[in-house]
Design a protein around this ligand. Structure first.
Ligand code: SAH
Ligand code: SF4
Ligand code: F3S
Length: 474
């Protein structure tokens, strides 16, 4: 097993390639409609974008299908974050190419970050696709599909400074009816030296807060009880009212969304340590329904490496932020992203990352070894000089330490009672429900009569693994 996948994550490869389909009656298939099939790879932003794409397509005579063989249009919404993510998509495209040979009318399109990064390559050199659409060009899909119908290829990879798809009501695909994502911003203005996202997603821009609140209200009315506000760096959310010039910060947005209803849980991802300030923490402490969980990627525990990574904070700053969380939101769980074997990293510097995991007591982490991405600052400035076997060994050590820390962290919850939002049946048994507590920890417990997904129950924790809490409803 790839160690980076050992803790299940909603962001990144563990969910990659899941087909999207709808259970909504409004999108039931009809014979006049062409059918589209969409697979999403990468982060939650991509999964959220696929719901925007689905909305645009259902407006123009397409309906979703979960059977790729039945599809007239096959779309892959792709990720470029690491080389492996791109390889997976290329492999998938070659399989789809075989399918296309049996079904000549089928259109194959590539969306998302790989479309943006590779532009014409997949269309012209490799001839694997008919359609290439970057993350800011989804409104152009109907027009591009017409071009393809006329026998041309369709490509639009223009990045925008304004597009937030604020007015588009996403079609909730593959939904459990309880949890949903809401995009609050797009792009990223940070230039972490290892990262391709600023190149594939363009400049940072924030979405009108009133459209976010109205989407949250709509979701609550439809039975959803847990929403995650999404952005690459949510703490730098900033929207200026065009008439009053009033400034809406992330803390203010959080408050507006928390006020939608006390029974609507509000989560957010991702927080950048340099921007995560006390105002957000005070807002979390003020509202019970703002979940006590922060994903605060450290990347490395060593200040020299952090500086090479251009993360713009050092270890001391990061530790100060964790102390602030502990003080202002004492029951908050913290998780992280970690990169092993960044350029020039020494064994001692790697040890600093291990000690950081222990000190920060992360409930979980997403862990990767460094993968050089063409065009990034690191690719241009530094040599990718840590041998692959060393990177992998360091990653294994990181995974091992994190597993121990997670196990101890979750074990301390035994004997506590948590308010759990039921999300559905547990994977292993339909006799059990699964749900999460405010700290984003998965909780499994025996079903009791009279409750269903979307309900809150109090669960007394009786046992724990490194990833899951087990208990009984009380
Ligand atoms: N905006 C988020 C991260 C988005 S990418 C943030 O700043 O925290 C998700 C994670 O992928 C990153 O946090 C990082 O740990 C990892 N990652 C990004 N580029 C990578 C690369 N070139 N090699 C390995 N891991 C990478
Ligand atoms: Fe990439 Fe850094 Fe932006 Fe995150 S904050 S998306 S790691 S550049
Ligand atoms: Fe991947 Fe793009 Fe997200 S590179 S991680 S899909 S922003």
């Amino acid at each position: 097993m790839n160690p980076s996948l050992s803790n299940s994550r909603i962001i990144d490869e563990s969910r990659q390639g899941e087909p999207f389909y709808s259970t909504d009656s409004e999108t039931l298939t009809s014979p006049e409609l062409k059918q589209f099939y969409i697979e999403s790879y990468g982060c939650a932003m991509n999964f959220s974008d696929s719901e925007i794409v689905a909305s645009i397509l259902t407006e123009c005579k397409y309906s979703p299908t979960r059977e790729i063989e039945q599809a007239d249009l096959v779309l892959l919404n792709t990720c470029s974050i690491r080389e492996k993510a791109e390889e997976t998509v290329r492999k998938r495209l070659r399989t789809i190419d075989q399918l296309k040979k049996q079904k000549p009318g089928m259109t194959v399109g590539i969306l998302g970050c790989m479309a943006e990064r590779l532009k014409k390559t997949l269309l012209e050199e490799e001839k694997l696709v008919d359609l290439v659409v970057g993350p800011d060009a989804y409104r152009d899909l109907p027009n591009l599909l017409n071009q393809v119908d006329d026998g041309d290829k369709g490509i639009n990879v223009l990045l925008s400074r304004e597009e937030t798809y604020a007015d588009i009501n996403p079609v909730r695909l593959q939904s459990n009816g309880v949890t949903a994502f809401i995009s609050i911003m797009r792009g990223c203005d940070n230039m972490c030296s290892f990262c391709v996202v600023p190149f594939t997603r363009g400049r940072e821009r924030s979405r009108d807060p009133f459209t976010i609140v109205s989407e949250a209200e709509h979701l609550f009315g439809a039975g959803y009880r847990d929403i995650t506000l999404l952005g690459q760096n949510v703490d730098s959310y900033k929207w200026i009212h065009p008439e009053t010039q009033e400034v809406y910060s992330f803390a203010r947005l959080l408050e507006l969304v928390a006020q939608v209803h006390p029974d609507l849980r509000v989560r957010f991802s991702t927080s950048h340590p340099k921007d995560m300030l006390d105002d957000v923490l005070h807002m979390m402490a003020k509202y019970e329904n703002i979940c006590k969980y922060i994903h605060l990627p450290v990347q490395s525990g060593n200040s020299r490496i952090l500086s090479l990574m251009n993360r713009t904070y050092d270890r001391a700053w990061y530790e100060d932020r964790i102390r602030a969380i502990r003080k202002i939101v004492p029951d908050c769980a913290i998780s992280s992203d970690i990169i092993a074997g960044f350029c020039t990293e020494t064994e001692e510097e790697h040890q600093d990352t291990l000690s950081m995991i222990k000190w920060a007591d992360y409930s979980m982490s997403y862990m990767f070894f460094y993968s050089e991405r063409p065009g990034t600052l690191a690719a241009r400035k530094y040599k990718d000089d840590i041998p692959e076997d060393v990177k992998k060994r360091r990653l294994n050590e990181i995974v091992q330490v994190q597993n121990e820390v997670s196990r101890a962290n979750l074990a301390r919850d035994i004997g506590k009672t948590f308010k759990v939002l039921i999300e559905g049946d547990s994977k292993k048994s339909d006799q059990d429900f699964k749900g999460r507590n405010s700290q984003n920890k998965m909780v499994i417990f025996k079903k009791i009569p009279g409750v269903q997904p979307g309900d809150y129950v109090n669960v007394l924790i009786e046992d724990a693994t490194s990833a899951t809490l087990m208990g009984r409803a009380v």
